[in-house]
Design a protein around this ligand. Sequence first.
Ligand code: BGC
Length: 675
Amino acid sequence: MNDKTLKKDIQQLPYMNMHLDLESRINDLFDRLTLEEKIKLCAGRRMWYIPTIKRLGLKNFIMYDGPHGVRPSITGEVKATYFPSAICRAATWNPELSERFGVALAEEVRAVGAHMILAPGINIQRTPMGGRTFEYQTEDPYLNKVLAVAVVKGVQSQKIAACVKHFICNNQETKRFTVSSEVSNRALEEIYFPAFKATIQEADAWAFMSCYNKVNGIFGSEHFYLLRETLMNNWGFRGFVVSDWNATAFTKTQDMILAGLSLEMPMQQRYKKKKLLELYQEGKINKDYFHDNIKRILRVMFLVGLFDNEGSSPKGKINTKEHQNLALEIAQEGIVLLKNDKNLLPLNIKNLKKIAVVGPNKNLKTSLKGGSSQNFPPYEITPLQAIEEKCKNRIVIVDNPSEADITILFVGLNHELGMDAEGEDKKIFSLPDEQIGFIRKTVNENPSTVVVLINGSPISMDNWIEDIPAVIEAWYSGMEAGTAIANILFGDVNPSGKLPITFPHKLSDSPAHVSSRTFPGNDKVYYEEGIFVGYRHFDTKNIDPLFPFGHGLSYTTFTYENIKSDKAILSGNGNIIISVDILNDGQREGSEVVQLYVKDVHSSIERPLKELKKFKKVKLKPREKRTINFELSSEDLSYYNEEKKSWITEEGEFNILIGGSSRDIRLQIKINYSK
Ligand code: BGC
């Protein structure tokens, strides 16, 4: 039979019929696959593929990294938009931007002929020392969830599968292939699970990547409780689980099948054809689970349109102006103004004659390193380039701070191993010594110095920040980073980013850094802080952070007024509306992230002093006032009860706290809950 006749014959088969329902198509194709062919689908080839089965018209299913833009090859032949790192995107506190990012990312995935993106990475930022902290979103489960859901919805709206990673408690790089994260069920439920769960229940995520590490002694890729029971049975996941690359080095074939690991990447190790055939024929693997694992892969293949004609899928596009503008928009909203004494910023282009632009990061490009979230963009604007462009024919740029009206000093980290990079946790919590020396020298020469940090995770600043009037956290903010930074420095853009993670004064203040047991551990790392991660810890232990969770300044100011609730008692499954008026009482248009935290006044069990439960970003013109409404239900007041293995809301009083950061609560109101 020649290729053409074969193709024609395949077209007639039921599973090729786009109008047939999904499950019938899956079953029809499944029944036509031989055992060898089924086995072939369980392991990857050439790093990024599920192999073809030509006989049945099954094409390569292709997946690529990563969280900040698609990267079809690790040698960079294909260029793609490089978006800001996840921590920067999270600092926008803008789910709409995250959804648009998901759409754009998927369009680029489609344009390079792939079907799945190995993103988003949504592990909780347990420690500022994590090598991948920059690649993850936040320390807070609620912010994490809202943004993760938005990304997955955006990606999958284009019929591209999102692969949510790394499930779960992959919070450090030290011994990442073997360490066991020892974590309580309550911490799993309250802190680590919510975003993963929501990507399934609110966005129908089609794929999950299991973690390298063990969780309570069992590897993520063979964890029956995590995968089969929690993800599939309890949360209703209908897609497939793929191992992290080579995460199966120490696992057992039968356990992986039982747990629900459908796809081993990047190649066969535990799912070798000969071995699987033998086990199958000897009745040593659970056939129902094995079949279910394969059907899950087929399901996602159908969902991304692998068997449908190309015209029926949304069109791809790559490196468009629109995507580059989106990268810029995210950067501009994600950059955080940490400090701005005497309103040194924004710079007034009309009043300045000379500015000094100095520091090791002034010309830094950040796309090419960092691990699997590395990118190859067609260009990358550095801070110096963008400042030169803005100042052209207007302001002279010099190297010497003492002769300048103002100095912009670029310091930070740089994605080298041991800084902010996959594969190794950070080696130091401060800036390198030479940079601290350079900051001191610069501010001695020119007290009007603005420090711009380019890095992806909290650092200590205690030994220099007192002397510096203005500090900006610019993260690794993508291919338009320089433009975004210059626009913020010169006030073309009013900063509105807020920290998605607490910046501690010193590392020992941080909840994971109580002892070497809690970080980095040895064979085991003990999450002894339990649910007290991030600001939950700082609040409860009454430790002053350097910059609190949710902090970020603006060039305008906002007044919070008139907090109200539509009723005094929230009962049963009902809801309650909390409203507040926000007024922009400054001179410029600006956006504020209004944050709502809940405090349980009398609880039978220890709970955090406050927990973020809602937020809204509002853009206001000068003097504009808007009423913001937040709807709360009993779920927003609940905690996880380990004995009862369920979420509980206790009757009684709750404080609803509203403000501009976790430590800048402007208004509060009491409500009551009754069953
Ligand atoms: C990383 C994943 C990545 C995979 C493929 C692994 O080392 O942990 O996040 O998607 O490699 O590059």
